[in-house]
Write a protein that binds this ligand. Sequence first.
Ligand SMILES: Nc1ncnc2c1ncn2[C@@H]1O[C@H](COP(=O)(O)OP(=O)(O)O)[C@@H](O)[C@H]1O
Ligand SMILES: [Mg+2]
Length: 212
Amino acid sequence: MTGRFFITFEGPEGSGKSTQIKKLQEFFEKKGFEIILTREPGGTKPGDAIREVLISKASGKLEAETEMFLMLAQRCEHLRKVINPALNAGKVVLCDRYFDSSVAYQGYGRGLGAEKVRKAHEEFLGDFLPSLTILLQIAPADGLKRANHGGTKQLDRMECEEISFHERVFDGYNQMAEKEPERIAKVDAVGNPDEISKRIIAAVLKRFPELA
Ligand SMILES: Nc1ncnc2c1ncn2[C@@H]1O[C@H](COP(=O)(O)OP(=O)(O)O)[C@@H](O)[C@H]1O
Ligand SMILES: [Mg+2]
């Protein structure tokens, strides 16, 4: 049996994923659910080590395929050892980035192609996808401004990519949302965090009316 509530957050850098996922955690907590909040890349010890390779500037420029395989490798550990067991135990799983990030970043951003990335994921990890994906909507340049705190925070290897890369990623996400409107809910991420949280909860209730 697989649990019903596997919800992922996607969107450009600085779109508010980490901020909003905590607010959605509070919503589910108030409803009495057991929740795990996790992230990609990461979610396990080896996954966190792979995350470091992916986001550290010391890695320099990686081959697009290398990025994709590292993402799949960390996801294999994460899915089998953390996500599936939690869902099977009836927990709510909230995950900051997942499958759609691979398609958006390596498929569209790096140019590997959405289909190739989707097929690689399916071939090794199966066709099991989140029951709902919140896609935060903000212009990539505005998200990046938030992410570097007005110039005080160092950007990581991915955040440092040129703006055209981030635009391709965002455009890719939106193409994916058009193809899967049931699963991927676009939410305006401009405004104050509490307003945005209300929009996200509305999308959750639309997808799972039984939670109301
Ligand atoms: N709605 C918002 N408006 C303005 N700034 C925000 C908002 N939500 C988050 N932030 C700030 O923007 C930065 C990036 O937010 P974060 O949640 O870390 O985004 P992400 O995880 O998508 O990269 C943080 O400094 C955060 O405090
Ligand atoms: Mg974050």
